[in-house]
Design a protein around this ligand. Structure first.
Ligand SMILES: [Zn+2]
Length: 338
């Protein structure tokens, strides 16, 4: 498992990002409240849910990890991924995302279009990442690009502005997209050369099926760009069940770095990049520490976070990025050519 760490690309970033720029606390709190309320309504009684093997590696070796707001998380004994298990039926989860007020709230409040900081830190930086990797790994003149279920047209506009792509399509967009193309069903969607799915993997009820679906939509040799949250990250390792921004059904899968590699292998995808360019682990732990008296830091983290200054925090965050120990992960995988 560790061998591929040496060959896949990884990246270190610093853009002055702060948590409040992309997740204003008041909006996040309301979104969490609605999510938990709607989960209780749409997903039914947890006693009726079904057990699943690890949603990353497929092995069935779960150990109870914690219960969060009534939702049981287990940890895989093989790859250490965290996942909700037992879990609700796929059709219930699909209905939740299609019909819940929480989903509508997310689209209205968290779209990149609604705040300039989100647009710069998310849509623009993602578009630049996609264009750079495509330049290196695709030899096509005008590859066709699609984003999976975009919340707004921002990512499509930003990718289009890079000037690298032909078509830029919103795949089953969650809102009507002004001025850019959208494909509302698999029948109307052409095969694509590049597909992105930002922060979608963590709330899939069946991640393997999800990646197969995306892979089948790619031309052979095409690239898949994913971002998600990993339980291998520092803030989640330290805060564990006390991480206030982890909730169901948004975070049904908090897969480990090793688990993500195994998941891509199981889906027949070749890993090109696996980075954790997160900039927020230290900030998120400090926020949780200030807000929740029951948070207890491990002996190593306590002096680092409470007695050293901003320079130590900055250096440590860079170390986490460099060694794939931040919880924000991004991946690029290729559908192999036959
Ligand atoms: Zn596993």
């Amino acid at each position: 498992m560790s061998g591929s760490h040496r060959i896949t690309k990884h990246t270190v970033l610093s853009s002055g990002l702060h948590d409040a720029d992309i997740r204003p606390p008041a909006l996040l709190n309301e979104f969490k409240r609605l999510s938990l309320r709607d989960a209780a309504h749409f997903l039914g009684d947890p006693s009726t849910w079904h057990p699943v093997p690890c949603t990353a590696c497929g092995q069935d070796a779960p150990t109870p990890a914690f219960v969060k707001e009534g939702f049981p998380y287990t940890q895989c004994g093989h790859c250490d991924s965290l996942y909700v298990n037992p879990r609700p039926r796929t059709d219930a989860v699909t209905r939740y995302y299609a019909e819940s007020e929480a989903s509508r709230y997310r689209v209205a409040q968290f779209s990149e279009a609604s705040a300039p900081q989100r647009r710069i830190h998310l849509a623009r930086s993602r578009a630049s990442w996609i264009a750079q990797v495509a330049d290196t790994h695709l030899e096509l003149e005008e590859p066709a690009y699609g984003d999976w279920k975009p919340y707004s047209a921002a990512i499509l506009e930003e990718v289009s502005e890079q000037g690298r792509f032909g078509a830029c399509i919103g795949i089953e967009p969650l809102v009507p997209l002004d001025g850019v193309a959208g494909a509302t069903s698999p029948e109307t969607l052409p095969r694509l050369d590049v597909i992105s799915a930002f922060e979608k993997l963590e709330h899939q009820s069946a991640p393997e099926q999800f990646l197969h679906r995306l892979s089948e939509q790619l031309n052979p040799g095409g690239l898949l760009f994913l971002t998600t949250r990993t339980c291998s990250g520092f803030d989640l390792q330290v805060l564990w069940d006390k991480a206030p921004y982890i909730f169901v059904p948004e975070h049904m899968n908090l897969l480990s770095i090793e688990g993500l590699e195994l998941l891509l292998q199981r889906c027949g995808l070749e890993l090109i990049e696996l980075s954790t360019p997160g900039q927020l682990d230290v900030e998120l732990v400090l926020q949780a520490l200030a807000a929740d008296p029951s948070v207890v830091l491990p002996p190593f983290a306590k002096p680092l976070l409470t007695q050293r200054g901003p320079l130590a925090h900055q250096d440590f965050q860079a170390f986490l990025q460099k060694h794939r120990l931040s919880s924000h992960v991004r991946l690029v995988a290729r559908r192999p050519k036959p």
